[in-house]
Design a protein around this ligand. Structure first.
Ligand SMILES: [Zn+2]
Length: 250
């Protein structure tokens, strides 16, 4: 019996390289689950954008720009005479609920996620300042992949990746006369150096942590103060804007 087990261990674990490769890949995907899904989502959108007519639409993917000493990472920008499309891709699963102006959206009635419309607004503001163009020349698109069901009330395009092409093509009023020039300008400003890109990731994480620290006594939904209240059975923190906002925290 011992021999059989030993030989099994030998063949499975030590000699079988495939086993180790699968184990290591499995561990990597556990640790970088979110990053990998995000990467796949972005790759998928990149592939879809290649289907746009090349003479009319100029596409830039994964752009890093510096403006007012802050770096902005923008997933996709498409320059066309019909407008400048700024796309933020998100991988969501489960039930997502939110509105245009909410600070956070709610996932599965449990977790709060940053409203991506706000994030993309920051990207559009950055581009409008660099290109010295009015913000109304930009079209914000939040492109969602994953198996989520969405309940989002908004005027912004919050769409699934299979709707992306038709959404872009549905804009047909032309009002930008030099899309290629604008594309070249941003392409030249795009930071491609790997060290700067890594720095951006580290700085963004730091900034998010600082904001979270600052907002520890603020309601994540509306920004109101959190007040300690007495419930029937225990004390809890509730939003000062109750009953308009019903956020609570134990
Ligand atoms: Zn609130």
């Amino acid at each position: 019996m011992k021999d059989i087990i030993n030989s099994l261990i030998d063949s499975l674990f030590i000699k079988n390289y495939l086993f180790w490769i699968i184990l290591i890949l499995g561990l990597i995907s556990c640790f970088f689950y979110k990053e990998i899904l995000g990467f796949i989502g972005e790759k998928r959108v990149k592939r879809i954008l290649k289907k746009l007519p090349r003479k009319e639409y100029y596409v830039l993917n994964n752009v890093l720009l510096k403006n007012n000493n802050i770096t902005h990472q923008i997933d996709h920008i498409i320059f066309s005479k019909y407008g400048i499309f700024v796309i933020e891709t998100k991988q969501y699963n489960g039930y997502i609920k939110g509105n245009e102006y909410d600070k956070k959206w709610i996932s599965n009635n449990k977790y709060y996620i940053n409203n991506p419309i706000h994030q993309n607004y920051g990207h559009i503001k950055c581009l409008s300042e660099i290109l010295r163009m009015s913000k109304d020349r930009f079209i914000s698109i939040i492109c969602i992949s994953g198996s989520s069901s969405l309940n989002i009330k908004t005027n912004t395009q919050v769409i699934r990746s299979n709707e992306l092409l038709n959404t872009i093509l549905s804009y047909n009023k032309s009002y930008i006369y030099n899309p290629k020039e604008l594309y070249e300008k941003i392409k030249n400003l795009n930071i491609t150096d790997i060290n700067s890109r890594n720095k951006h990731v580290i700085n963004t994480r730091k900034r998010v942590k600082q904001i979270e620290k600052r907002n520890i006594n603020k309601c994540p939904l509306c920004g109101g103060d959190l007040i300690l209240r007495k419930g029937k059975y225990s004390k809890f923190y509730g939003c000062s804007n109750y009953p308009k906002c019903r956020y609570t925290k134990k």
